[in-house]
Design a protein around this ligand. Structure first.
Ligand code: GDP
Ligand code: MG
Length: 363
């Protein structure tokens, strides 16, 4: 049996058109269609539920607490009954007429079949140059990571045998758009993959959800499955935030110390006040950026932001003391003030990473 997943976000008009088309295309096959909708504001889930009332083999999975294409596909595969698990865009961009061939290929090879834009006979259709170039670069990078060799590992149109999906499942990353790539990275090397050409056509209605955020997630994914195995991405993000925090610290120090300066002279107590004020400014900045970016997976919201900020301050306390001690020591021993401030600020970064990972965003 074929289980066809249609992930949807704001595709109400498209889904109305697609279901009757797919019924015709799949008339010779035993199939089910599972629409996985992330509580679309345009009510796609409602339209889909209405449609499914008259069709026993059309189901709707409405997710109210999650967003994301890869995770929608994984959830769809998890509730599917078929031995062949397939996915296609719900917007009419994928050529439904090759679905029966995709299905029979997987029945045959017990592996993977891909609707491919990059083999002979396939094409990306009417893309602008920017998207074409980005897709080619992403595909080039992605191909190097796959356990099996294919030409279009970034396609959103494919089918996989249940046994292959289940082998890859424990290692799949639910973030982003690149579910086929993720499967191909984690399948056994001997898995067979067949590509069937098609031309990527234009969306029937609505807009693409391939945002810049999804593209950053793709770069993060590439990092995660390569260097990230040795140096975790969250550590790299934390260091980047920490380095930006040092810049904020130095800028805040420069601004605050102006109030204490007599000409160009800064007293030790003026230096100390400025370092303390700059440290708290940098702590606030780092907390904000770490919360929305570094630890976005366990992002704090609402009232937890305040308790988190308190914990963050607590966890940073020793880092801040070390920062102050080092910079005050250097300054009182004749080091230039900015050099003292910068060396002190870096001293706090490593300490803070360790403490916050252990306490504030417990990972
Ligand atoms: N459930 C769900 N579906 C999504 C999400 N993002 C995109 N989709 C669906 O995934 C398919 C591919 O997305 P699309 O915007 O067409 O990407 P593009 O073809 O690369 O421009 C479409 O059917 C979208 O409605 C999401 O966050 N959740
Ligand atoms: Mg699309």
């Amino acid at each position: 049996m074929l289980s066809l997943i249609l992930p949807t976000y704001n595709e109400a008009d498209n889904i109305l058109e697609m279901i009757p088309i797919l019924r015709d295309t799949l008339s010779e096959i035993e199939y089910e269609i599972i629409i996985v909708d992330d509580n679309s504001p345009d009510g796609t889930w409602k339209v889909a539920q209405e449609l499914s009332k008259d069709m026993d083999n059309v189901h709707v999975l409405r997710r109210v607490d999650r967003r994301g294409l890869s995770s929608a596909v994984i959830d769809g595969f998890l509730v599917a009954k078929g031995d062949v698990l397939s996915v296609m865009d719900a917007d009419g961009q994928h050529d439904h007429t090759i679905l029966p061939e995709i299905y029979s290929s997987v029945l045959d090879n017990k592996g993977v079949a891909i609707g491919s834009r990059y083999i002979e006979g396939g094409s990306v259709g009417e893309w602008d140059e920017r998207r074409f170039l980005m897709s080619r670069i992403a595909t080039k990078l992605a191909k190097k990571l796959c356990a099996v060799s294919v030409k279009d590992p970034m396609s959103g149109f494919f089918a996989v045998h249940r046994s292959v999906f289940e082998k890859a499942l424990p290692k799949l990353n639910p973030k982003g758009f690149k579910i086929l790539l993720d499967i191909l990275v984690h399948v056994p090397k001997q898995t067979e993959a067949k590509e069937i050409p098609f031309t990527f056509s234009v969306r029937h209605h609505g807009e693409s959800k391939l945002s810049w955020k999804v593209q950053i997630e793709f770069l993060e994914y590439l990092y995660d499955v390569t260097i990230g195995k040795i140096i975790p991405l969250v550590f790299v993000k934390y260091c980047l935030v920490g380095s930006l925090g040092v810049i904020v610290h130095v800028a805040a120090f420069t601004a605050i110390s102006m109030a204490f300066k007599n000409g160009s002279d800064l007293t030790f107590s003026g230096f100390s006040f400025s370092v303390i004020g700059a440290t708290e400014t940098a702590i606030l900045f780092n907390f904000w950026l770490n919360n929305i970016w570094t630890f976005s997976n366990s992002r704090l919201r609402g009232i937890s932001i305040f308790t988190g900020l308190l914990k963050f301050n607590g966890a940073c306390l020793f880092g801040a003391l070390a920062n102050y001690a080092v910079s005050a020591f250097l300054f009182s021993n004749g080091f230039p003030e900015l050099a003292s401030v910068i060396v002190g600020a870096f001293t706090g970064v490593i300490w803070n990473y360790t403490m916050n990972r252990m306490f504030t965003w417990k990972q």
